[in-house]
Design a protein around this ligand. Structure first.
Ligand SMILES: Cc1cc2nc3c(=O)[nH]c(=O)nc-3n(C[C@H](O)[C@H](O)[C@H](O)COP(=O)(O)O)c2cc1C
Length: 331
């Protein structure tokens, strides 16, 4: 037996009706390898073949767009049409063949896209720019009820397609300043209708989506939401509100939480990038919500991973694996 087999990261774990070979997760990471139509390419398959290792329990496919107006960058994978199914089916199959559970993250960029890419003014909750990229983002167009309904359907349709592709886990991206983060945060959502004002109103769209996904997807399909433990901006979403959100999502049928950062994006100031820099937010939400959580943020050593597993259920390692796909063997 390899000594790694003894490490808590590689002890089998149960998640819903799935038995995973451990607790190491590949977080969603944009590879920029899709073609201009959002199709998986040979480069996408080669990329995941390189980075999904024989120790991963769960591997997320990068943020994949559900609607043309929510496209985030030109080479982003998309699931906005039936024609995207064959490529993503190949990708799910590749991940499963490597022994990891295949998951996919579904995204809409909302205000965090640009007119050159989508051919129209970006859509958002309110005409307030996302405080990211040095604060030079344009103010989006507040969405109408019809546009909200169209976007809601786009998420539901994409999730059903993801399931048809063979993905066992589906994650809604509600962190890093993307669409749902914009609706959750009081800094970007100042709507006067039923979607704005109280925390309950701001989270209503996301909670309703999770309830609908739980209704239409197979009971065995795992539903995850990646959301911020806090926005870390004055006047932004605070940890207590994130805990309320987690409890509401749990009641709606979410199976696990993937805790990341808020409006400012996943990158952090150099002084705040210690190993496991977001794990304490995940641990807080695990205690408050009572669901399995994935902790992430600068993890690069097995020693730290075993410490983190005393507080969270799964540990995601991103850049260390991109740099060295043999991690943790050469850690
Ligand atoms: C190249 C790259 C692309 C990323 N793309 C995504 C993404 O598509 N969705 C997402 O939620 N996070 C994305 N992230 C953030 C990672 O999932 C992860 O949270 C972050 O890198 C911190 O983990 P690490 O320190 O182990 O790399 C990306 C990170 C990197 C480095």
């Amino acid at each position: 037996m390899n000594s790694l087999d003894q490490h808590p990261l590689f002890k089998p774990a149960v998640l819903g009706s799935h038995v995973l070979r451990g607790r190491l997760v590949l977080p969603p990471m944009a590879s920029g390898t899709a073609d201009a139509d959002g199709q998986v390419t040979a480069a996408t398959l080669a990329h995941y073949d390189r980075i999904v290792g024989d120790r991963h329990a769960l591997a997320w496919v990068e943020y994949t767009g559900v609607h043309a107006w929510g496209r985030s960058e030109p080479n982003q994978t998309m699931l906005s049409s039936e024609r995207h199914l064959p490529g993503l089916t190949d990708l799910a199959r590749l991940i499963r063949a490597k022994g990891a559970l295949p998951g996919i993250q579904l995204t809409h960029a909302g205000a965090k896209t640009d007119v050159d890419l989508i051919g129209r003014r970006p859509l958002g909750a309110s005409a307030l720019p996302v405080p990211a990229h040095g604060g030079d983002m344009p103010a989006p167009e507040p969405m109408t009820a019809v546009e909200i309904a169209e976007l809601f359907d786009a998420f539901v349709t994409a999730a059903r397609r993801a399931e048809a592709c063979g993905f066992a886990a589906i994650e809604i991206h509600a962190a890093h300043g993307y669409f749902f983060n914009q609706w959750l945060s009081p800094l970007t959502n100042q709507r006067k209708d039923a979607h704005g004002g109280s925390p309950e109103n701001r989270r209503q769209l996301l909670v309703t989506l999770v309830a609908e996904l739980r209704r239409v997807l197979k009971p065995s399909t795992l539903l995850s939401v990646r959301f911020p433990g806090q926005d870390r901006l004055p006047g932004g979403m605070e940890p207590e509100e994130a805990a309320e959100l987690g409890r509401a999502l749990k009641a709606a049928g979410m199976d696990m939480l993937d805790v990341s950062s808020g409006l400012g994006g996943w990158r952090r100031g150099r002084d705040q990038r210690g190993e496991g820099y977001l794990v304490s937010d995940a641990a807080f939400l695990r205690r408050e919500v009572g669901l399995p959580v994935i902790g992430v943020g600068g993890v690069s050593s097995l020693e730290y991973a075993s410490e983190a597993l005393q507080e969270v259920d799964f540990v995601a390692v991103g850049r260390a694996v991109l740099e060295n796909p043999a991690w943790p063997l050469a850690a």
